[in-house]
Design a protein around this ligand. Structure first.
Ligand code: CTP
Ligand code: MG
Length: 396
């Protein structure tokens, strides 16, 4: 069959249930699995199968969103597709779908939207196995040991080898299925699936193998299983880390010892500045504040804050780490590099990284140093330039 030939098979996807056991507060078919709804996954499976008429039975009041999902899923396929409103029971919903069958349809499949991950091959296999006088259901062997019970009492063992767990889609010859539905309506009999209704009217039903993926999403645990099978995490939204960059420059000048990268450097010329001139620490503060969107060092530690005059890196960094924690961020790592001829850094690198890390509450800090081949103010020994980057992680 080509796409444009009128199909002789139809699939009725019942999606009108409220999803009481899932308890999501919205009809089960519209519940999000991984950015796509239960219904959308079911539709994707159907549209990956062979062309057929598609009838989706929607929860009352949600027809438009269902029609949008259907249009999206079937876009560009040229399949005949429509939405009808469901009823109070699954059986009534199927009956509403049957009323929308096109004239040329000979085979009808009835499928639960809640079996969202049903493989397209299962849909095709059912359609292929229906005959003019017998229905077909996919079914799985029962793996649990079954008991017959009476209240709390276990009355008897049940031979599971003669049992199977029914899935959907269930396929039937159209005329016989319509007749069976008419009889059920007349006798007001309610059946839990179409095969039972069909058999009650005297129809024969065969089974073919089902698939574990065709499980019905019924409880929150089933929804979690669907999410995991789709390769997603069970968290509702991905955690996106944030980065920030900070630079600082200080000129050499003034009296006393140099303070750099959280360490005192006896005998080295100091850097001038409002505090101790520790340009490495200041660049880290700006990188962290920038990553968190919390402003910059001038705003929080500048000359308008005399309490920080002469303060060392541990004070700045501890306060910054606290501000980030209060804003809901953990520090991933900080990487910082300074340009300058002095001090000779490598022998104290580990000590500096430990001091800076301790001040940040244990976050990973790496520090490197480089010269500029005699070029620029750093090359002339006039001062130090620093660049820092920080990665921070929003706490979920
Ligand atoms: N269904 C339907 N109309 C109804 C009831 C059920 O179309 N009145 C559909 C559901 O949308 C589902 C399928 O029949 O795709 C199987 O039903 P079930 O898993 O029981 O879904 P719900 O009835 O929605 O869930 P619950 O029983 O937990 O309320
Ligand atoms: Mg139900």
């Amino acid at each position: 069959m080509t796409e444009y030939e009128a199909p002789t098979t139809a699939i009725i996807i019942v999606a009108a249930g409220s999803g009481t056991r899932l308890g999501a507060g919205t009809p089960k078919a519209l519940v999000d699995i991984d950015g796509r709804s239960v219904l959308r996954h079911a539709l994707d499976g159907v549209f990956a199968a062979h062309p057929m008429q598609v009838i989706v039975v929607a929860p009352a009041g949600h027809e438009q969103v269902v029609a949008d999902e259907l249009a999206d899923a079937g876009s560009g396929r040229g399949w005949r597709a429509s939405v009808v409103t469901g009823g109070a029971t699954r059986q009534q919903s199927v009956a509403a779908g049957l009323a929308a069958l096109a004239d040329g349809i000979r085979i009808v499949l009835v499928h639960d939207a809640a079996r969202a991950l049903t493989p397209p091959s299962q849909i095709d296999a059912v359609a292929d196995a229906v005959t003019a006088d017998a229905g077909v259901i996919p079914a799985l062997a029962v793996i649990d040991t079954l008991k017959q019970i009476d209240g709390d009492a276990v009355v008897a063992a049940v031979d599971r080898s003669v049992l199977a767990a029914a899935q959907t889609p269930q396929g039937f010859p159209r005329a016989a299925l319509e007749e069976a539905y008419a009889r059920a309506l007349a006798s007001r009999d309610e059946h839990t699936d179409d095969a039972a209704l069909f058999a009650a009217a005297g129809g024969a039903v065969h089974r073919i193998p089902g698939s574990a993926l065709a499980f019905k999403i019924t409880t929150p645990a089933d929804l979690q299983r669907a999410r995991l099978l789709l390769g997603g995490s069970t968290a509702s939204a991905p955690v996106i880390p944030r980065i920030g960059v900070g630079t600082d420059v200080h000129a050499f000048g003034g009296d006393g010892d140099l303070w750099l990268a959280g360490l005192q450097w006896p005998g080295e010329q100091p850097l001038s500045g409002h505090s101790d001139g520790d340009a490495v620490a200041h660049a880290i503060v700006d990188a962290l504040l920038g990553a968190a969107g919390l402003g910059d060092i001038g705003q929080h530690f500048g000359t308008s804050h005399p309490e920080y005059a002469g303060a060392h890196a541990d004070v700045f960094l501890a306060r910054t780490a606290r501000m980030l924690a209060d804003a809901g961020f953990a520090i991933g790592n900080v990487s910082v590099q300074f340009q300058g001829n002095r001090p000779r850094f490598s022998s104290r690198r580990a000590e500096a990284e430990r001091a800076l890390s301790d001040a940040l509450g244990g976050a990973s800090v790496s520090v490197s140093a480089t010269t500029t081949d005699g070029l620029g103010f750093t090359g002339r020994g006039e001062g130090i330039a620093v660049t820092a980057v920080a990665l921070i992680i929003p706490r979920s």
